[in-house]
Design a protein around this ligand. Structure first.
Ligand SMILES: NC(=O)C1=CN([C@@H]2O[C@H](COP(=O)(O)OP(=O)(O)OC[C@H]3O[C@@H](n4cnc5c(N)ncnc54)[C@H](O)[C@@H]3O)[C@@H](O)[C@H]2O)C=CC1
Ligand SMILES: O=C(O)C(=O)COP(=O)(O)O
Length: 414
């Protein structure tokens, strides 16, 4: 069992992958000074070494936080994914150690949608190839295979935040939008849901993927699905590299079955800007290749920095876990004159009664108590009179099935 009961100056924050300066500024403004801010991700060995004394870590899509990393992260309290996807984090491994994980579910949505729309237009006009030829001194002036977006069918796979945002922008341009999602969703504007992935593939002039990395989406587009697409269609993937089999996609471009593609995410991506990018799609002129920059705009990154830092600060200062992607969600009031105990435990019968028993046996009166559980863990927050902080903490350590305890002393938070 790990415990954390620290002065802010001792709370160590590690920010990787060039998380925006807005996050650092936010932490500073909230009184957190012990921040290490690195421009790249770390490989597993380096991460395991560094994370040992870290209380909060901020990452983007590249850093893999797996079971081995969490096992070494003895002091870790919270993880901030400064992005949308959380597939790079073993959420179960975090949960069973009482580590709350947060992300920024909307701050780069618009950036991805804008990029995809721009790519759809470029590809419908065959611009990548014409551009490449012009740079080589060529002149491909021709209307052959060039189309307006107006009246074309855009098929969106995964109609969540990004898919729905793209839908609105695309309709404004004159696209006819259809979408496929594993759950029934209200279509924006005139967009309509189709009953199967195959139907979407067969009807769309442009197909764009916006599903998360899940067991159900892994390699969901392979040779069979690509063959189901219309002759001359356009294919776009800015979701995750694990969703599309790249070899059949490359074959379909080479054979002319597809007219073009824009791919932002790959089954294997370079670990950093200095590593070579390898892909069977390299050299295909009507394929736009981008280095996983769908969400990389200054606007998005600044907003993400603010949003995720705020979530980590609120959790650190106050215990609130609203919007956590793995933790029971509790919204907590301020606790100006009380010490606040945060107790995270396995969700098994009897833990709450044990907590209340040890507090009562130690003569500690509970001023406020908040509880939320999910199927794996319980999160109970107890406000006690200032006189009892250390004593209450000691008492709680006796409770079986405790995963983590933190005390937020009132002087930090009032
Ligand atoms: N290229 C980039 O830089 C970025 C990539 N992304 C990726 O885009 C993904 C989507 O982002 P959001 O729209 O914010 O997520 P979201 O969670 O709002 O939407 C995902 C949608 O996919 C649907 N879905 C899940 N499994 C499905 C399946 N098997 N078949 C059909 N539909 C399924 C869900 O029901 C949901 O409507 C993220 O998970 C992330 O991996 C996100 C931001 C930037
Ligand atoms: O937000 C996401 O899920 C992304 O894929 C963006 O990742 P990034 O922060 O650019 O590494």
């Amino acid at each position: 069992m790990a415990k954390t009961s620290l002065d802010k100056s001792k709370i160590k924050i590690l920010l990787l992958e060039g998380v925006h300066q807005s996050a650092v500024d936010n932490f500073h403004a909230a009184g957190y000074e012990n921040i290490e801010h690195l421009p790249t991700s770390l490989d597993e060995a380096a991460l395991i070494e560094k994370i040992r004394d870290v209380h909060f870590i901020g990452i983007r899509s590249r850093t893999q936080l797996n079971e081995r990393v969490f096992a070494a992260a003895e002091k870790l309290v919270g993880v901030g994914c400064f992005c949308i996807g959380t597939n790079q984090v073993d959420l179960e491994a975090a949960l069973k150690r009482g580590v709350a994980v947060f992300n920024a579910p909307y701050s780069n949505t618009r950036s991805v949608a804008e990029l995809v729309l721009a790519e759809a237009i470029m590809l419908l006009r065959g611009i990548p190839e014409k551009n490449a030829r012009a740079h080589q001194g060529g002149w491909l002036k021709s209307a052959s295979n060039s189309h307006e977006a107006r009246g074309k069918t855009l098929g969106i796979v995964g109609y969540g935040s990004i898919g729905a945002q793209l839908s609105v922008l695309a309709e404004a341009l004159g696209f006819n939008v259809i979408y496929f999602d594993s759950i029934t969703k209200l279509g924006m504007g005139n967009a309509s849901q189709v009953g199967s992935l195959v139907e979407l593939l067969e009807r769309s002039d442009v197909v764009s993927l916006h599903v998360p990395d899940l067991p159900s989406t892994r390699w969901m587009i392979g040779a069979k699905e690509i063959a189901a697409m219309k002759q001359g269609a356009i294919f776009i993937n800015a979701s995750r590299g694990s969703v599309v089999e790249i070899e059949p996609l490359a074959d379909a471009i080479k054979s002319g079955h597809l007219n073009g593609a824009a791919i932002d995410v790959f089954p294997v991506e370079p670990k950093g800007n200095n590593e070579e990018f390898e892909s069977p799609l390299r050299g295909l002129e009507n394929v736009i290749l981008t280095p996983h920059i769908g969400g990389s705009t200054l606007e998005a990154q600044e907003n993400i920095g603010i949003e995720v830092a705020e979530k980590l600060i609120t959790y650190s200062d106050n215990g609130t876990t609203i919007t956590s992607v793995n933790f029971p969600e509790v919204a907590l009031p301020a606790h100006p004159d009380k010490h606040r105990l945060l107790h995270i435990h396995d969700n098994v019968p009897g833990v709450l009664s044990q907590i209340n028993r040890v507090l009562s046996e130690n003569g500690i009166n509970i001023s406020g108590q908040y509880l939320q559980t999910n199927d794996k863990v319980g999160y109970v927050v107890i406000d006690v009179d200032k006189a009892y902080g250390p004593q209450a903490l000691e008492a709680l350590k006796q409770v079986e099935h405790t995963l983590k305890i933190r005390t937020l002393y009132s002087s930090h938070n009032s």
